[in-house]
Design a protein around this ligand. Structure first.
Ligand code: ATP
Ligand code: MG
Length: 454
């Protein structure tokens, strides 16, 4: 196994000082899977203060934020290596944090406290240590808890979500007993902090195997997102929808590109449907207002999961406008004649939301089976025109105009006239009646207002 320059230096330095040190966890697992290492975590026999002193002496930058839990981060060769002292976690009382961490003398003890067999292998630069059959589980593609899974999930409920995250990212199955334990104890997830849950949710949604996990483990997901449980098997009773609401949501989610907020919005975009459902006189199911209802629910979700305010805004807007026609249906052919509609949508919703809404609509079209080929093609064309519009920096807000308030003032406009004139100019530019050039804009205004005034 090839180590990074920094981790190799760390192992060597600790060994030279008389300690034991190993690269452990994800890097070793990924080596056996033929995947690149994410980061190199090191575990060693020295207490954290000693680790700190050794590397300070070597002139490295040392970050001590985790020192109480036994972790020191060393910055070297533009790389960060987390060095944790051999430890075992003391008693857990709240399925969240050990009451204490106890430093132990042997690597064996340290490997025992780790979550899954595939995460509990280590490498000292020459030899591997694999006490729990991690290598075999890598080959079999299995996530298996170390020891009694019931006990291990009660110690730390984050492991339940980590199991799903690794299964999603690596395309692994979860071993039967481990799986039974995580279903039986899923409510422990409620003890976790929102930040930790959100981080794992992100990993689950962005994994290559997200689709299978979202279907097979939906009951676990519903502990974090009970709104989704309303959608499970919800028959839409509408000839335009091939699937129940949850199936449609999952298929839409995994048809989008790997962008957390976009995938999350795709997964929840129809959560307003069950509560707005009614059967019309046409005997079909309808969901008027489900976008708005869903957006309100998604605001709650965003708050509960402590998304940042920028993430929340993006998430909620995508859900709120997922049915918005970026180009209205009456425009049958998508060509430059539609640019004015796209510019209006940009003006109303902003670039991010227009992009997200188009991505969502395209993913929906990809995931339905019926009559979507034409819709797919239409949306793809709209997306191509959108890219062109943005790359050519066409104007869609007053700020994009080549004249500003001061220009208008010097032409004799005053007070509210200024805003009104700028809006009129923007609207003329967006519908291609005048080019966005200063002289032409001023001429346009002069023409317009001489017509108005006489
Ligand atoms: P990634 O590739 O995502 O970094 P990783 O396996 O390195 O995967 P980390 O979260 O960086 O995952 O954790 C490093 C190691 O620490 C894990 O491989 C595992 O051995 C151990 N570990 C992390 N979190 C837990 C936990 N909640 N319970 C038990 N062991 C854990
Ligand atoms: Mg790691």
């Amino acid at each position: 196994m090839k180590l990074s320059a920094a981790s190799e230096f760390v192992l060597k330095t600790i060994k030279e000082s008389g300690g034991e040190a190993y690269v452990v966890g994800g890097a070793v697992r990924n080596y056996f899977l033929g995947l690149p290492a994410g980061d190199y975590d090191v575990t060693c026999s020295f207490p954290p203060e000693k680790v700190r002193d050794i590397f300070l002496e070597k002139g490295c930058r040392v970050i001590e934020t985790g020192i109480r839990h036994g972790t020191v981060t060393v910055r070297i060769f533009k790389e960060s290596v987390e060095i944790t002292s051999f430890r075992s976690d003391g008693k857990y009382s709240d399925s969240r944090h050990p009451e204490s961490v106890e430093f132990v003398r042997t690597i064996e003890k340290d490997l025992e406290r780790r979550d899954f067999t595939v995460n509990a292998m280590c490498f000292d630069g020459v030899n591997f240590v694999d006490l729990f059959g991690g290598r075999e589980d890598c080959e079999k593609k299995v996530i298996r808890a170390i020891g009694d899974p019931y006990l291990r999930f009660r110690e730390d409920a984050l492991r339940i979500l980590r199991a799903l995250r690794f299964a999603s990212a690596l395309g692994f199955e979860i071993e039967e007993n481990t799986k039974a334990a995580l279903f039986a104890q899923k409510w422990l997830i409620l003890n976790l902090s929102a930040e930790r849950v959100t981080k794992e949710l992100k990993g689950i949604l962005l994994g290559d195997n997200a689709k299978k996990i979202l279907f097979d483990y939906r009951e676990i997901l519903a502990v974090v997102l009970p709104e989704l449980a309303l959608c499970f098997d919800f028959d839409q009773r509408n000839p335009y929808h091939a699937y129940d609401v949850y199936t449609h949501s999952v298929l839409t989610c995994v048809s989008t590109k790997k962008d957390f907020i976009l995938r999350f919005a795709a997964l929840t975009h129809d959560v307003g449907k069950p509560e707005t459902f009614f059967v019309g006189s046409d005997a079909a199911g309808h969901f008027y207002g489900h976008e708005k209802r869903g957006a309100i629910m998604c605001e709650c979700i965003a708050d509960r999961l402590k998304l940042s305010s920028a993430e929340k805004k993006r998430f909620v807007s995508a859900v709120a406008f997922h049915g918005y026609p970026i180009v209205p249906g009456e425009a049958k052919i998508i060509d430059e004649g539609c640019d004015k509609y796209i510019l209006r949508s940009l003006n109303k919703l902003g670039e991010q939301t227009v992009r997200d809404v188009l991505s969502l609509q395209l993913a929906e079209a990809l995931s339905e089976t019926k009559e979507t080929a034409t819709r797919r093609e239409r949306l793809t064309r709209i997306a191509a025109r959108l890219d062109l519009i943005l790359s050519e920096k066409m104007a869609f807000t007053v700020k994009d105009l080549k004249v500003d308030g001061n220009d208008l003032k010097s032409l004799g406009y005053d007070g509210r006239e200024i805003g009104e004139a700028l809006n009129a100019l923007l609207s003329a530019v967006m519908s291609d009646k005048v080019r966005n050039e200063k002289a032409e804009l001023i001429d346009y205004l002069k023409d317009r207002d001489s017509i108005l005034h006489h």
